[in-house]
Structure formats: C-alpha cells, structure tokens
Design a protein around this ligand. Sequence first.
Ligand code: ZN
Length: 118
Amino acid sequence: MRVPSHPTQIRRMLTSRLKQLTPAGPILAASLCEVSKRCGQPSCACHHDGPLHIAHHLTFKDDGKTRTVYVPQDMLGEVRTWVTEYQRLKALTHEISQLTLALVRGHVTDRKRRQGRS
Ligand SMILES: [Zn+2]
C-alpha cells in the first residue's frame, strides 16, 4: 500500500478501510498446519508402508509458549474461514495504523499549508 501525502486522501483511504473492519464471523489468531501422521490402529495401512493420514492442527502463542490444537476433520472448512478472517483483519489493521500514523506525521506540514493559504 502506498500512503498518500495529502490528509484528505489519507482520510478517504482510512474511511474505506474502517468500513471493512467488521468481522464476518468468528476470528481465530492461529496458523493452520497440515500434517501427515499414523493413526492408532496398528492394522491400518499407514503402519504398513501405506499412505499416511492427513490431519490439521492450529498453532498459536499463549504466554510466549507455542500451543497446538488438533482440528477435527469436519470443522476444517469453518476453522480455515476463521483463520483467514483473522489474517484479513490483521492486514487491514496494519494498513489503518500506517494511514493514521501518516496523519500524525503530516499534521504540521498540513497546518503550515493551510495557514499559507489563508
Ligand atoms: Zn491409519
């Protein structure tokens, strides 16, 4: 994103982004990882050179420690949506913060420009 220098443009970009800041549903601040693993059935093909099972888990930081939570297969689609929603809001919040910072940085220049005009 290119941050414009004029406050009117900055505020216009801010307004459009602030409107998008509403979550469409639950938000999950975690990474979704795919892993191959063997199951608990010793007779299963996965224990006899057959294909392994695909499983998914979430990893996230909790008090500085990395935690892992297993994702049930029938929740995968939903969980993926929640993680994607978190990433969307996180990126959006970052852009909003950059634009707001540009307002602070540009304030003095803007005030001088206005005073010069009047
Ligand atoms: Zn198996």
